[in-house]
Design a protein around this ligand. Structure first.
Ligand code: KG4
Length: 340
C-alpha cells in the first residue's frame, strides 16, 4: 500500500501544507504572510497569529488539490524546529490534533533536513534527477550557512559552518543598511543583475578549515558606504546596482571557496544547495559554472522549493517514516536544534 504523507511547515512566516505519495508530490500549498512587510522583518507574535488563521484552510486546500481525504493519510510530518517557537507551536499542535483524530502516526522533521533533501521531491510532470550518496549540500538561509556531507537520507556530517552571521543575514542586514528593504536577498539579487560585480572590492575573511564568517563583510560595506556618502550624498542612488553586484559576488566567492575546498578534501563531486539563499541567481549560475569546470554533478532545487515549503518537510518525514521513526504526542517544538 502506498504511503501518503501530509507535511506541515510553520517555522517562520510561511504556513504550508503538502501531500506526497511514495515520494511523489501531489500538492504543495503555501500561504506567505504579508503582514511583516511594513516592519522590515518577521514579527514573531504576528507570525503566530497568521499561522493560526492560515493552518486549517491551507491543510484543507492541500488535501483537496491532492484529491484525497484526510482518512487516506498514512502519517503526518511536521517541522519541530528550528524556528520561531510561537510559529512552530501552531504546526506542531495541529499535527498532534490531526494525528489523534485520525489515529495515524506523526513524524517530526528538522526544518534544515527538509532543505537538504529538497532534491528528492518527485513531481509527476518533471524528470527525476536526484543526487547519489554521499553528496555535499551547501545549506544557505537566513539562519544557517553550512557545508553538510550527506551520506544517506538521515545521515549527516556538518563539515563547516558559520562562526557568526548566516549569509542570508548578511544579505538582509546590508540591504536594510543601504535602505533597499526586506528581505534583502531578492532585492540585492535583482539589482545585482544590472551591475558590475568587479567595480568595488570588499574584504573577505580568513577563517580556518571549512567554516564561514559573514560579520566582517557587513562592517566593510557599512564603512565603505559611509565614506562614499560623505563625498557624494547621492552615491548610493547612483551606484546601487554596482554595489549590489560587487557585494553579492564577494558573498558568492566566500561560499564557493569553501565548497570547492570541501569537494577537494572529500573527493565528493555530487553537489547540491538548499535554503532561502539557494534562490540567488548569481549563486546558482556560479555553482553550475564551477560544476562544469570541475566535473561536478550539480543539483539545484526548483525556486519554489528553495524557500520554506511543506513539500520538503513531507519528503524528509517520509524518510523518517520509512526508517520506522514515530514521534510521541508529548513532543514539544524547539527554537534551536543542535543536531539533525
Ligand atoms: O530558508 P529561508 O526562507 O528562511 C530561513 O532562514 O529559514 O531563508 C530566508 C533567507 C533570507 O535571508 C532571504 O534574504 C534569503 O533567504 N533569500 C535570498 C534570495 N531569496 C531569499 N538571498 C539571496 N538571493 C535571493 N534571491
Amino acid at each position: 500500500m502506498a504511503d501518503i504523507i501530509l507535511g506541515i511547515e510553520s517555522s517562520c512566516d510561511d504556513t504550508s501544507a503538502a501531500v506526497i505519495k511514495d515520494g511523489w508530490l501531489l500538492s504543495n500549498v503555501i500561504a506567505s504572510q504579508q503582514v511583516h512587510k511594513d516592519y522590515g522583518g518577521v514579527v514573531p507574535e504576528l507570525a503566530s497569529r497568521a499561522h493560526e488563521q492560515n493552518i486549517v484552510p491551507v491543510v484543507s486546500q492541500a488535501l483537496e488539490k491532492a484529491g484525497i481525504q484526510a482518512s487516506d493519510l498514512t502519517a503526518i510530518a511536521f517541522t519541530r524546529g528550528p524556528g520561531l517557537l510561537g510559529s512552530l507551536l501552531v504546526g506542531t499542535s495541529f499535527a498532534k490534533a490531526l494525528s489523534l483524530s485520525l489515529d495515524i502516526p506523526m513524524v517530526m522533521v528538522n526544518h534544515l533536513q527538509g532543505h537538504i533533501l529538497a532534491n528528492f521531491i518527485r513531481q509527476p510532470d518533471k524528470p527525476v534527477r536526484e543526487p547519489s550518496f554521499p553528496y555535499l549540500c551547501l545549506l544557505v538561509s537566513g539562519g544557517n550557512s553550512q557545508i553538510v556531507k550527506v551520506s544517506g537520507p538521515l545521515d549527516y556530517d556538518i563539515l563547516g559552518q558559520t562562526i557568526d552571521d548566516a549569509v542570508g543575514e548578511a544579505f538582509d542586514k546590508c540591504s536594510k543598511m543601504m535602505g533597499l528593504g526586506y528581505p534583502g536577498g531578492p532585492v540585492i539579487d535583482r539589482l545585482a543583475k544590472s551591475g558590475d560585480p568587479d567595480r568595488f572590492h570588499f574584504a573577505k575573511p580568513h577563517i580556518p578549515r571549512l567554516d564561514y564568517s559573514f560579520s566582517g563583510i557587513k562592517t566593510s560595506l557599512l564603512y565603505f558606504v559611509r565614506d562614499q556618502l560623505k563625498e557624494d550624498p547621492d552615491f548610493m542612488e547612483k551606484n546601487k546596482e554596482d554595489i549590489c553586484a560587487s557585494f553579492q559576488k564577494t558573498l558568492i566567492d566566500i561560499l564557493m571557496d569553501k565548497l570547492i575546498k570541501a569537494s577537494k578534501q572529500t573527493g565528493i563531486r555530487e553537489i547540491t544547495i538548499g535554503g532561502g539563499v539557494s534562490a540567488n541567481s548569481g549563486l546558482r549560475n556560479r555553482i553550475e559554472a564551477e560544476g562544469k569546470k570541475r566535473g561536478w554533478n550539480t543539483y539545484l532545487p526548483e525556486f519554489k522549493f528553495t524557500t520554506d515549503n511543506a513539500a520538503m518537510i513531507a519528503i524528509a518525514g517520509w524518510f523518517h517514516y520509512l526508517a520506522g521513526e514515530r514521534t510521541p504526542l508529548d513532543i514539544a517544538p524547539v527554537s534551536r536544534m543542535a543536531d539533525f
